[in-house]
Design a binder for this molecule. Structure first.
Ligand code: NIG
Ligand code: FE
Length: 437
């Protein structure tokens, strides 16, 4: 049996609590153990408590000395676009000169320019770049990400992206298509098999409806997504969720509803890019369809918040994209917390609107721009996103029986993560009890 003991953390931030997403004042309760420790056996957390108790039970376990450091559950990043080719440095420079996201897209930049590069990339190149991105997440203390396709926009290119995600979590050395896909798709389940290519766990989402490809009418493309892409995705079990960019100039509410309803019929769960640039009814649609999450919500109004509550939808707020687009219009986090929503914050890592893999930066933005407390931000980046990915019973907190995904930071108080913004504080990160970085 493989066992280790984490000892003497100045704060072991456990997030222990109810077996459901946290709301209201629960978001502020981090269940911190001072001079805390935990015993880990075969990749799972066995015991959590004061170091003196853990030490007594440690036996021959390998000791991980966390003296003077903070230990947190690995961050769970519930909204990323991990797999794409190239970058958008030109867009970045144009934005610095004052051009808007929509103007840049019209001028040949935007999502479409990444689509062209991603279509042209070989599978090997795509995988190589995605591994690099995965490494950035681990370096920032993130151990699980949701990741969307959406830079292919043809049947083959969308499948290529989703297969790349599966490949990243497949046992190292396995050839895509011939290894046991159950191992790959259930990466949060401890297996004694070979290690995956990257230790970062990736939860795949199909976002074929990210933009309308050049030369196609929107209705024509909606039909392609529904009649060709979705059946392939479902048959190969390439995604757990389906997402749509519901926005002016992309997919309106009627088109989004059509796609998401078809995905639901095929057994996929739903996430929606909603009300990012305009209040276009995305939050209400999420509620109507009982989507798991509605993401962005910068322009969602009071009615939209009421709808999210009545539909049991978790809001996923993405302050990194507001910041990087040079906007000041952040989503109404406080109103959503007051309304009793189980808030999530995420990076929205992508080459256009949010080129960051850093959850600590998102914690900082949550506190400074959305007026969340550091504790609320930690709950919204660990336990709540774990529930939004259907993994709340496995990850997101440091509790007996959960997977031993945790990060150790070189600071004594968890609030320092949001406070010393942009300053590296990561000491080490563990996935399934093994050191990953
Ligand atoms: O979440 N809003 C749409 N999708 C991404 C941006 C993608 C891109 O610009 O490449 C987002 O912000
Ligand atoms: Fe996004």
């Amino acid at each position: 049996m493989r066992s280790s003991a984490v000892l003497h953390a100045s704060q072991l931030v456990t997030l222990a609590g109810a077996n459901r997403p946290r709301v209201g004042s629960e978001l502020s309760d981090l269940a911190i153990v001072r001079d805390g420790g935990m015993l880990i056996r075969d990749g799972r957390i066995d015991v959590v408590g004061p170091s003196r108790d853990i030490e007594k039970q440690a036996g021959s376990a390998e000791i991980i000395d966390a003296r003077g450091k903070v230990v947190l559950p690995g961050f769970v990043d519930a909204h990323t676009h991990l797999v794409f080719a190239g970058n958008r440095l030109d867009d970045f420079e144009r934005r610095a000169r004052g051009h808007t996201y929509e103007q840049i897209a019209k001028a040949g930049g935007g999502i479409w320019s990444t689509v062209e590069k991603t279509r042209a990339a070989t599978e090997a190149d795509l995988l190589k770049q995605a591994k690099n991105h995965a490494d950035w997440f681990l370096h920032c203390g993130t151990t699980t990400v949701e990741s969307k396709s959406g830079y292919g926009l043809t049947v083959d290119a969308e499948l290529k992206i989703l297969r790349a995600m599966r490949q990243l979590n497949a046992p190292s050395g396995a050839v895509d298509g011939i290894r046991d896909s159950r191992i790959a798709s259930a990466a949060s389940v401890i297996s004694n098999g070979p290690d995956p290519e990257v230790p970062l766990e990736i939860v795949p989402t199909f976002l074929g409806a990210h933009a309308v490809p050049r030369g196609m009418r929107v209705d024509e493309y909606v039909d392609l997504v529904i009649n060709e892409m979705l059946p392939h995705v479902a048959k190969e079990k390439l995604a757990e969720f389906c997402d749509v960019f519901c926005e002016r100039g992309y997919f309106d509410v009627v088109q989004s509803r059509k796609i998401l309803a078809a995905a639901k019929k095929l057994g996929l769960k739903l996430r929606i890019h909603a009300d990012q640039l305009t209040n276009s009814g995305g939050a209400k649609l999420a509620a109507e369809l009982k989507a798991t999450t509605a993401d962005h919500l910068e322009k969602t109004d009071a009615d939209g918040i009421v709808a999210l509550k009545s539909g049991g939808v978790q809001p996923v707020l993405l302050p990194g994209s507001v910041y990087a687009l040079g906007s000041t219009h952040y989503p109404e986090a406080r109103k959503m917390i007051e309304a009793g929503l189980a808030l999530v914050i995420a990076t929205d890592f992508n080459p256009g609107s949010s080129p960051t893999a850093s959850m600590p930066i998102i914690l900082s933005l949550a506190c400074t721009q959305m007026k969340m407390s550091p504790a609320e931000a930690i709950s919204a980046s660990t336990i709540n996103p774990a529930y939004s990915l259907g993994r709340g019973d496995q990850i997101g907190s440091l509790e007996s029986g959960k997977v031993a995904n945790f990060s150790i930071f070189d600071c004594e108080d968890y609030r320092e993560l949001a406070y010393w913004f942009g300053t590296p504080q990561m000491h080490s990160v563990y996935v399934k009890g093994r050191r990953a970085r």
